[in-house]
Design a protein around this ligand. Structure first.
Ligand code: ZN
Length: 268
């Protein structure tokens, strides 16, 4: 661990997600690890997450949740070492169908502008069949495909099966998360359940504290009802310490990038 000082110097990694907090939950550890290894990490977030929950109304005094969540995302990005954040204003909850050509063009333009050596986004399952996440998967896939052989490698991130259930159990032990708790109304076992097997696992235990800190920057999403709000830094290595990736089957000539972080080839 920690054996990759500057291994990604001069490289750029682009992450494309749907809402503020996706970046931290899905792959905050890998983004932080890549930044520490010298990569310029760029985040494109398609919406401001204006239809999310509000843990405490005093956090959103003027009712403009999208504005508050954009600030939260910038705080989280700073925590993770993300160098550049672009937040688009596509409609939260309708990302799969709204503004399809516009979003496609924006992803293409971002790729042309920042020339990433690797791109990370959701897989086909959208982590838990979240339609916004699936929409981002679709738009990013077609945008990357449009570069033909010049496309950078595209990686799909997912969560280890059972990871969210473990978080609920840890939260329960600490006095939160009553039985039957969910994440934003999603059953814990739904996360990662339908994902195809990963090609490799990135060990981010050393970065799990920063990942948890970044998640907590999303304060409007971290009320007492959210099991993640209950876990402590001592739990983070175990509960947030592994992130799973699969390389998209596209004809990219780009060199392997994230594979440098592969901890072990996943067997399942
Ligand atoms: Zn999301």
């Amino acid at each position: 661990m920690g054996g990759d000082p500057r291994a990604l110097a001069g490289r750029t990694i682009l992450a494309v997600f749907a809402h503020p907090d996706d970046e931290s939950l899905a792959c905050g550890g890998t983004l932080a690890r890549a930044a520490d290894a010298g990569a310029r990490v760029v985040l494109l977030c398609a919406s401001r997450g204006e239809r999310g929950s509000i843990s405490d109304p005093s956090l959103v005094p003027d009712g403009d949740l999208g504005r508050v969540r954009a600030h939260e995302l910038r705080d989280a990005a700073a925590t993770l070492g993300i160098a550049e954040v672009t937040i688009l204003d596509h409609p939260d909850g309708d990302l799969r169908w709204a503004h399809v050509p516009e979003l496609h063009a924006e992803i293409v333009t971002t790729i042309e502008r920042c020339r990433p050596d690797a791109i990370i986004t959701f897989g086909e399952d959208g982590l838990y069949w979240h339609l916004d996440h699936i929409g981002i998967h679709e738009r990013t896939y077609t945008a990357v495909l449009s570069f033909g052989a010049a496309a950078p490698p595209l990686y799909y991130v997912t969560l280890p099966k059972g990871a969210m259930r473990d978080i609920v159990e840890a939260a329960h032990e600490r006095g939160g998360a009553p039985h039957g708790s969910s994440f934003w109304g999603i059953a814990p076992d739904a996360f990662g359940d339908a994902a195809k097997p990963p090609d490799f696992v990135v060990d981010v235990r050393e970065w799990a504290g920063r990942k948890l800190a970044a998640l907590r920057c999303h304060r409007t999403q971290m009320g007492r009802h959210n099991p993640i709000a209950w876990i402590e830094e001592a739990d983070a290595r175990r509960l947030l310490g592994f992130e799973l990736f699969r390389r998209a089957p596209i004809a990219s000539t780009g060199a392997a990038v994230l594979e440098q972080f592969a901890d072990r080839v996943a067997s399942t």
